[in-house]
Design a protein around this ligand. Structure first.
Ligand code: C2E
Ligand code: MG
Ligand code: MG
Length: 735
């Protein structure tokens, strides 16, 4: 570097050290003034430059670019109007000044070094971007090309052609900042996001996405989503892309499933939006997702809960009604038939009361599982509530199919259940109704099945009955009947009558069976076979039962007081299943006996064979409690239920009442004497007293005598008589 140039460097440095404030500018101006040519001289040189720069200035005058010429010392010899405007200086202020003083201090050294190189390179040129400071202190970025035209006689200087790129740079910087913000928004976004190309291949995936699906970014990039998508949902993804590409939708929102790397299935909500260029062409897809697995699971649980019974997990009424409505609409449209079956557990209350509600719940669950096993895929099984289940059988070929379905359900309950370590027999009754296009309300189907169910119960439980329209009127009548029966209980229209029980050997009266009689003011005598089953459908049966018990015990007590022959008489009272399973039973019996000072061996409790065998462990439990009190019981209607000799031996009833169908066999159902004889001898082997019901003829009496049957009752002696007539009968007797 020459000493001249060094001098220049110092000069430039000195200039550049001056801060680019207005004040310093004026300082530097004054200092540069002192070093530059006087104004007049500058004007004078302008005069000569007009000729020298004729061509150049012509261009510069109207150019949008900055154009200036500096001499080898950096002094400005020409500046076009836009340059002067950019720097905020007048022509006088600008020409003749040191160009370096307009440079940003940080750029001075570098620019000067390059300037030195340039002036040593004839015709050479350099390209640079420099920061300058205008008169009002503004920093402007100038892109420039400096050309050495020192050798050019016309110019004899360095031509600096510049362009103010301040705004452009600012814009680029803003864009960069925006991109950075966007990058951060993408990469750090909590929402899983991916960018895919037009083939849906992933070219960017954020951390949240990788975490969500459990694959690394490397594993994800370059793939389309197929390898991660649940196979069934690949179509959804492709469809959404195609619809956007075809321009059918602006963006699309859908739910799909991914299979995570760990194999877990997740649900995601996807928002796919295309990024477009200015002409609207799709460049790539911006896909943002949301893991909704938990929400889905919760929603699924909630909807499951809304449509299912929490105890058994079976469908509930709401779901059943829905299916029923669909089935109804389907047959109206396409024809065909369906059936509604209402299944009610027989005497379930007994299990609940004796083994507790937990055991009851457990039994319900077991029953549900058994029924579920025999439920066809096209059918619907639901828990209707309590111990009732509904079954919708669809696609029947014939009404008879409905009966087959009922049998299948009943058969499923044949085997014993084990609940809380106890063996429980749980049978059921079913009411069946077959679809009918004339039925407009779906609720009617359930109602009809309910009516048929009642018939099934009335006919002895453990069976199914098909609804017939006539049953409907019967149901209405029954409802009315129960209402009136309730009134009768209080009005005195309900009375107990007593049928003598005879020692067949001596024909002495040994006791009376209390039988309920209802004299209806309009209907006249209503048989117990009609009103007892009706009452059994409600709690009314308990009131009736205890009424019978109190009346009978009171009656027996009064006979003993008024008639000598009544000293050893017993009274036999029928108990319904509901009553037998009533937890209050034992204490009520105790109280009633105490109230009337009747000894315990003077009361016999009758329960039917079917009630006894329905739940053997429960029966044993009640019987043990009763025998501890010294009360015996009789098995009523023996031979009509599902006899099991082993149970009979276990339960040890005192008396077996052989059903009248064995005593006076009907023509259609002949039972021979051998059967009757066998039953009687069997009872004797088990140490039980045998009683024959329904003896109407002397011939029957003789046969029974010959078989060794001890007791009997029947019209041969007397039907049931009013309480007031008992003392006379006792006194009269038959001996
Ligand atoms: P059950 O306990 O087997 O009563 C015997 C039934 O046979 C009685 O019918 C009686 O009148 C009838 N009977 C007696 N001897 C003869 C005969 O020689 N020939 C014929 N054909 N029948 C005879 P009833 O009084 O109509 O009672 C029917 C059923 O109603 C009873 O059968 C019993 O299960 C029930 N019932 C009657 N009173 C009560 C009661 O107070 N409580 C309960 N829970 N049930 C009762
Ligand atoms: Mg009886
Ligand atoms: Mg009987």
């Amino acid at each position: 570097m020459t000493s001249d140039k060094l001098k220049k460097t110092d000069k430039v440095k000195e200039a550049s050290r001056a801060p680019a404030t207005k004040k310093s500018k004026s300082n530097s101006k004054s200092s540069s003034k002192s070093k530059s040519k006087p104004k007049s001289k500058a004007s004078k040189s302008m005069g000569t430059s007009d000729e020298r720069f004729a061509a150049l200035t012509y261009v510069g005058q109207n150019s949008l670019d900055l154009l200036l010429v500096v001499d080898e010392t950096g002094k400005v010899t020409y500046a076009n109007p836009i340059t002067l405007t950019t720097f905020g200086v007048s022509h006088e202020e600008g020409i003749g000044t040191d160009a370096f003083k307009y440079l940003h201090p940080d750029d001075v050294e570098r620019v000067f070094m390059r300037f030195v190189e340039l002036i040593q390179t004839p015709s050479g040129s350099i390209r640079d971007t420099v920061r300058t400071i205008t008169a009002n202190g503004e920093i402007r970025e100038i892109e420039l090309v400096s050309t050495n035209a020192l050798d050019n006689a016309a110019v004899a200087g360095i031509i600096v052609n510049g362009r103010d790129i301040t705004e452009q740079t600012k814009y680029v910087k803003q864009l960069e900042a925006l991109e950075e913000r966007f990058r951060l928004a993408f990469e750090d976004n909590m929402a899983p996001m991916i960018f895919t190309d037009l083939n849906d291949r992933v070219f960017a995936a954020n951390d949240a996405f990788c975490t969500m699906i459990g694959f690394t970014r490397e594993e994800v990039l370059g793939q389309n989503s197929t390898p991660f998508t649940y196979p069934e949902d690949i179509g959804i993804t492709e469809d959404s892309l195609q619809r956007i590409l075809r321009g059918e939708v602006g963006h699309s929102r859908y739910v799909k499933r991914y299979v995570r790397k760990d194999g877990r299935l997740i649900y995601v909500e996807v928002l796919r939006s295309p990024a477009r260029d200015e002409d609207g062409n799709i460049l790539y897809n911006v896909i943002s997702e949301r893991d909704i697995t938990d929400e889905r699971t919760l929603a699924a649980e909630l909807s499951h809960q809304a449509l299912h019974d929490t105890l058994t997990g079976l469908s509930n009424r709401a779901l059943f009604n829905d299916r029923l409505e669909q089935a109804h609409a389907k047959i109206a449209r396409d024809g065909g038939q369906f059936a509604v079956l209402l299944l009610d557990l027989d005497d379930f209350k007994g299990v609940n009361d004796s083994l507790g509600h937990l055991a009851g719940d457990q039994l319900l669950k077991l029953v549900a599982r058994r029924l579920e096993k025999v439920t066809r895929a096209t059918d619907t099984l639901c828990r209707f509530g309590g111990d009732e289940f509904l079954y919708l059988a669809e696609g029947l070929r014939a009404p008879a199919d409905a009966q087959l379905t009922a049998t299948r359900l009943l058969d499923a309950l044949t085997e014993s259940f084990f609940v809380s370590g106890t063996q429980v027999e749980q049978h059921a009754s079913i009411g069946v109704t077959v679809s009918d296009v004339t039925t407009s309300e779906t609720t009617d189907f359930v109602q009809n099945a309910d009516v048929a169910l009642y018939e099934a119960k009335r006919e002895g439980k453990g069976r199914s009955v098909l609804f017939t329209p006539s049953m409907h009127q019967q149901a209405v009548d029954r409802f009315e009947l129960v209402r009136e029966l309730r009134q009768a209980l209080h009005s005195g229209d309900l009375k107990m009558h007593y049928q003598p029980i005879i020692d067949l050997a001596t024909t002495e009266i040994v006791g009376f069976e209390a039988l309920m009689r209802w004299h209806h003011p309009v209907r006249g005598w209503v048989p117990p076979n009609v009103f007892i089953p009706a009452a059994e459908q409600s709690d009314l049966i308990l009131d009736l039962g205890y009424f019978a018990l109190r009346e009978a015990v009171a009656a027996a007590s009064s006979w003993r007081q008024s008639v000598d022959q009544a000293k050893d008489l017993y009274v036999s009272v029928n108990l319904s299943a509901r009553q037998f399973h009533d937890p209050g039973l034992v204490s009520i019996i105790e109280t009633v006996l105490a109230d009337h000072q009747l000894t315990r061996d003077q009361l016999i409790i009758e329960i039917t064979e079917s009630v006894m065998l329905l739940n053997v462990s429960e029966t044993m439990n009640v019987m043990e409690q009763l025998s501890r009190l010294g009360i015996f019981f009789a098995v009523d209607d023996f031979g009509t239920g599902f006899s099991s000799l082993s149970y009979l031996a276990l339960l040890q009833p005192k008396i077996i009442k052989v059903d009248q169908s064995f005593v006076s066999p009907s023509f259609e159902n002949p039972r021979n004497d051998a059967l009757l004889e066998a039953i009687i001898s069997l009872g004797h082997k088990l140490n039980m007293t045998m009683l024959a019901e329904g003896i109407e003829t002397s011939a029957q009496l003789e046969r029974l005598r010959s078989f060794g049957c001890e007791l009997g009752q029947g019209f041969l002696w007397s039907a049931a008589i009013a309480n007031d007539d008992v003392p006379a009968m006792l006194k009269r007797g038959w001996t």
